[in-house]
Design a protein around this ligand. Structure first.
Ligand SMILES: [Zn+2]
Ligand SMILES: [Zn+2]
Length: 445
């Protein structure tokens, strides 16, 4: 949960999910390419299986030592040490505080592609009685970022031994503070980008994944186009004029004006934005006034705007100002609005999705690759996608038979660790297949 923007990603799993069997895209690629890939795929599958116990141990180690956003000191040290031990090049630490980047250069020429994992945990007390229970009171990997980091390390390990199969370069990005930096601090994807994570060399595409407990282990879910919402925060201050509660006509009642504003803002959703465009305007907090018999001169309204479309996002902000100006003027009041743009829409470039679907389909089988409705929660992977095309997909970690059903951001969240091998295999193949398709001379590169 992002402290200042409300939950970044929690909503998507707390809301009803409608997952339907995927039917998008057709398998493509030549038969020859498929034959070549199958030997390599076998090699990756065997290597991932061989890493099974190491992956579980690594994930449990991260799980036992969770660190809050912008405090991922140990996690980032473990990551950087591992990347250096694997022989990756240009291992940089301290990118956006505890961020780490590294390069894996293949022996064959080709473009640069990036993969990102987030590393931070949440201020939630773990309640699961498991051997790998969090050892830090009040802090838990309740969003699966321990799994993401472990998977990306596993991918680095396997591919570091397959340089001859890599057509180009893979940039590994380990990111802190996805859940939001503490108040007054910068952090997350935005800060890593600001400090050069997407430069020298600049990747031409980026991939990421997130655990998803509402689908079973062995399944992958994805969206083409918008996947998760933009998440903005606003604070509106309505100003009136204080007066004795018995004589409201001598003052301007900020409480009544604020109430009108709350209702009027909802009309933006219902009457001013295309009804087929998802938009949420939620006011989560109202504070104002100081005594029962005094007309309030100031009320603060705090809330969030979520959309799946950047144009709707901009238009909503303008309409909010127009509405607030109109309502407050009508009552003789004034207003001020601070509007902070947070994560952008997590937008999976449809062409990139289409291109990678055959890989995902091969990894889990066509019946286990599912589409899902876009969610109004947010994810700061979107910042990378504002710079380069990206694809963020969801890895099934639930297992109803084993009772692993808790949502992310809950005290009893856990994952089926079988997902680790699947996650490593899938991401390794996604990266290599992407580089294959875009190596120099390949049509469409
Ligand atoms: Zn989260
Ligand atoms: Zn997360």
């Amino acid at each position: 949960m992002r402290r200042r923007l409300g939950c970044l990603i929690a909503l998507f799993s707390l809301m009803a999910l409608f997952v339907s069997a995927g039917g998008m895209g057709q398998p493509f690629g030549s038969r020859a390419a498929a034959v070549n890939n199958s030997a390599r795929e076998e090699q990756i599958a065997r290597a991932a299986e061989g890493l099974r116990s190491q992956l579980i141990t690594q994930r449990r180690d991260f799980h036992m030592h969770p660190e809050l956003s912008n405090r991922e000191e140990r996690t980032s040290r473990v990551v950087a040490e591992r990347l250096r031990a694997l022989g990756l090049e240009d291992v940089k630490t301290g990118v956006g505080r505890y961020g780490v980047t590294a390069l894996l250069k293949g022996t064959k020429p080709g473009p640069v592609v990036a993969v990102r994992a987030d590393m931070d945990a949440l201020p939630i007390q773990e309640v699961n009685d498991v051997p790998y229970k969090s050892r830090t009171p009040g802090v838990k990997h309740a969003c699966g970022h321990d799994v993401h980091t472990t998977i990306e390390l596993g991918v680095a390990e396997i591919l570091s031994k397959m340089r001859g199969e890599i057509n180009g370069t893979i940039k590994f990005i380990f990111q802190p503070a996805e859940e939001g930096a503490p108040a007054g601090e910068e952090g997350g994807a935005a800060l890593m980008i600001k400090e050069g994570a997407l430069e020298s060399p600049r990747p031409q595409a980026i991939f990421g994944l997130h655990v998803l407990p509402v689908i079973e282990v062995g399944q992958i879910a994805y969206n083409s186009g918008p996947a998760m919402a933009s998440a903005d925060r606003f604070v509106i201050t309505v100003r009136g004029k204080k007066v004795h509660g018995a004589y409201p006509h001598d003052g301007v009642d900020a409480v009544v004006v604020a109430a009108e504003c709350v209702t009027a803002l909802q009309s933006i959703r219902s009457r001013r934005i295309d009804t087929t465009e998802p938009l949420v305007i939620s006011i989560g907090s109202i504070q104002g006034g100081n005594r029962y018999n005094i007309i309030a001169d100031e009320v603060k309204l705090e809330g969030t705007v979520r959309t799946l479309n950047e144009d709707v996002r901009k238009r909503t902000q303008a309409l909010m100002r127009e509405t607030l100006a109109g309502v407050t003027t009508a009552y003789g009041a004034t207003y001020e609005m601070q509007y902070e743009e947070g994560a952008a829409v997590t937008y999976n470039e449809p062409r990139l999705v289409e291109e990678m679907l055959p890989t995902l389909r091969r990894m889990v089988g066509p019946d286990n690759l599912v589409t899902r409705k876009p969610q109004m929660g947010a994810e700061d992977f979107s910042y990378y996608q504002k710079v380069i095309p990206g694809f963020f997909y969801f890895l099934g970690v639930g297992n109803r038979a084993k009772g692993i059903t808790a949502q992310i951001h809950t005290p009893d969240f856990d994952v089926d660790e079988e997902s680790l091998v699947i996650g490593v295999k899938t991401m390794a193949n996604v990266l290599l297949d992407y580089l294959d398709k875009h190596k120099a001379g390949t049509p469409g590169s």
